[in-house]
Design a protein around this ligand. Sequence first.
Ligand code: F6P
Length: 326
Amino acid sequence: IRNIAVLTSGGDAPGMNAAIRAVVRACSFYKIDCTGVYRGYQGLLDGDFENLDARSVRNVINKGGTFLKSSRCEDFRKPEGRKLAYDNLKLAGVDALIVIGGNGTFTGAQLLIDEYDFPVVGIPATIDNDINGTDYTLGYDTALNTVVEAIDKIRDTASSHNRLFLIEVMGRDAGDIALNSGVGAGAEEIMIPEESDSMNRLMKSLKISREKGKTSSIIVVAEGDKSGKNVFELADHINDDLEDYNYDIRVSVLGHIQRGGKPSCFDRVLASKLGVGAVEAILNGTYNVMMGVEHKKVVQISLKDAIEPRHEFDKELRRVADITSV
Ligand code: F6P
């Protein structure tokens, strides 16, 4: 192995820059070349490459986003697109590829492996934390802190006006952000995609809250919640169904602020461990795996297993949420 390429793809996540830095610095440490690919798989198709050395990644560990930029590339889903990507990698003398991203990124990588037997290692980065085989994905911890800080602020105004706030947080398929930020910010109810009875839970909890004399409430709703209603429709539903309770409701969609900002120390350290681990895996001849962390240890899991849908969620934390919101 003489040259490893690195790219970031899919939704950006704080800590991506720190991971690129770790990959580049590890390559430099082991005296091999590192090729940066711009704009994810789109850059592979366009041959948008640049050699990176240890100094190219100075002052990036503390920056949100990704300086290599990211994309969701439609053409890479097509066989012709992947052929072009493979040809460009070969032309640039790249021997292995490190992809930093989430489920879609790894699904693309697996196709490159299946069709061209090209060595790839994945680093999980998505604020959603929805990847098998790792306790944490890059960006998740930072996003949680951003969300908790935002909910704390909303709580100030909610309690001043005796209002009920529905707060939508990201999480297309996973409720990790909602459940953990909900517990951390002391939400009265939390709605997550993994539970099908979220609407019943909500209505029950609102009735109990009123009967117990709570004057303001925070409800955290994951964007992928399966109640069949978005946050605005939920607000209308509460108004109609619980008319007698006279809730004064406001809705707040936190949106993309959750994806930005300086990575937390936790994410920077995790990125550094996984970046170095990815380069060392390749140098040891271990390909087609995703680097992860389990019980503080860096681990490897096959990319195939990493892209399987994740169904389980933290039931113990749900229990804690129910007890602490009485
Ligand atoms: O996968 C990360 C994520 O932030 C999801 O939580 C969210 O649904 C999605 O990306 C938003 O994507 P986009 O930036 O393309 O709107």
